[in-house]
Each structure stands twice: as structure tokens, then as C-alpha cells.
Design a protein around this ligand. Structure first.
Ligand SMILES: C[S@@+](CC[C@H](N)C(=O)[O-])C[C@H]1O[C@@H](n2cnc3c(N)ncnc32)[C@H](O)[C@@H]1O
Length: 205
């Protein structure tokens, strides 16, 4: 579920989303996330679910990239900017669940997606990723989180997010463990310029 007011509405414009991420440090944090946690290799097949305007393409090695997003506007922008570097599809894991192009993946990436999904939708995503991955493939996620001793400002910043399903580290992990056998979580206490703690997950089949 998404908030529909003010800044939230503006962020649907791909250029403004990118500018916002640059200002708050989201792009810098994503570069580190790609390097240290995603760790894609050239030639890997990577499915980026909830890819947004697909900025990730700029920081990945030469992978076989498939980007999926529910927003036509973001996918249109991604096709214009990175059309020669991947395949971009409008839809979600339900509407595209049987698409043959979404299989045999080394990595399924969900950057800042899970906190937009309720538990049923998140479970669908886990099942989709499990089906789409090769036997040794990995699902990688990264989202804002709630912490036990979180300060007031940090709680407020997280509560202003467009995604209304922010969870605790345990909340994200329990969802993934319903489908994946091997789930590792990493809490990133302050990954942006504004106080926003995050949780990354690495889930292997
Ligand atoms: C916060 S943005 C993250 C974009 C990008 N992954 C990034 O890290 O900058 C969340 C994205 O998820 C997309 N989205 C939300 N629900 C979705 C769903 N059920 N299936 C696919 N995309 C979805 C939104 O349109 C939005 O582009």
C-alpha cells in the first residue's frame, strides 16, 4: 500500500525519485549494497523486482538484467535510459508469475520493495523468487526497518516512507524463512544521510 500525498506523489516521477535518492544518500547506499551484498558476477542472470527507474543497472557488472516494476512510468523511463542493457517488464510477481523469461536466475534482487508489500504479497514474492532461482541462486533484499531502541527522529523518518509495511529484522527474516531454508540478515544501522536503519537479507534455496 502506498501513501498518496505530497512528496510521495512527486517521487513517482523518475527524475525526482533519482534526485531524492542522490540527496538523502540512497544512491551511495545502493552502490555499497550492490558491491558488498548483491555481489553479482558478469554474465549472471539478475531479476530486479520493483526495479523502479532501474538505476541499479549503472552499478552492476554486465549481468543479464531483467527489471520488473508495477509502475508503467518507471519502466518507460528505464527502457529509455537502459533499454540496451536489459529487459524491462511492467507487472508484479502475480501478473508475471508464469512468464518464461523469469527463470533460471542467479540472483533475484528486491531493493526497497518488501516494505511496500503486505504479508500475503511478500509471501508471493518469496515463492516467485524461489521458483525463478537456479539451485544455488540467491534472493537479496534491502529495506528500512524498525529497531528496538530506535530514536524518535529515526522512527518518524521511517514512518514517512511510501511503503507502509516496514518490519523489524525478525519480521523480515520470518517471512523469508517460510520459503527459504537458509536466510541471513544484516542490520545496517544508518545507511542514509537521514536516520534510516535498514535490513538486508541474503536467502539461498
Ligand atoms: C522504493 S521503490 C524502489 C525502487 C528501486 N528498487 C530502488 O532501489 O531504488 C519501490 C518500487 O517497487 C514498485 N512496486 C511496489 N509494489 C510492487 C509490486 N507488487 N510488484 C512490483 N513492483 C512493485 C514501485 O512501483 C516502486 O518502483
Amino acid at each position: 500500500m502506498q501513501d498518496d500525498s505530497g512528496l510521495q506523489k512527486l517521487l513517482r516521477v523518475p527524475l525526482i525519485y533519482d534526485l531524492f535518492q542522490e540527496i538523502v544518500g540512497g544512491n551511495a547506499a545502493r552502490r555499497v549494497f550492490i558491491r558488498d551484498i548483491v555481489r553479482a558476477k558478469p554474465g549472471d542472470k539478475l531479476i530486479d523486482v520493483g526495479c523502479g527507474p532501474a538505476k541499479m543497472v549503472e552499478w552492476l557488472p554486465s549481468v543479464r538484467y531483467v527489471g520488473i516494476d508495477a509502475s508503467e512510468r518507471y519502466i518507460e523511463s528505464a527502457r529509455i535510459k537502459y533499454g540496451d542493457k536489459g529487459l524491462f517488464l511492467v507487472g508484479d510477481t502475480r501478473t508475471l508469475g508464469n512468464d518464461e523469461r523469469l527463470g533460471d536466475a542467479d540472483i533475484v534482487l528486491c531493493s526497497a520493495l518488501l516494505h511496500h508489500l503486505n504479508d500475503d504479497e511478500a509471501l508471493d514474492l518469496m515463492r516467485f523468487a524461489h521458483r525463478a532461482l537456479k539451485p544455488n541462486g540467491r534472493l537479496i533484499t534491502g529495506d528500512p526497518c524498525w529497531l528496538p531502541d530506535q530514536g524518535f527522529i529515526s522512527r518518524w523518518v521511517v514512518s514517512m516512507d511510501r511503503g507502509k509495511n516496514v518490519r523489524t529484522e525478525e519480521g523480515y527474516r520470518k517471512l523469508a524463512e517460510l520459503v527459504f531454508k537458509n536466510v541471513k540478515t544484516i542490520v545496517l544501522p544508518n545507511s542514509l544521510r537521514i536516520p534510516t536503519p535498514g535490513v538486508a537479507m541474503e536467502c539461498a534455496k
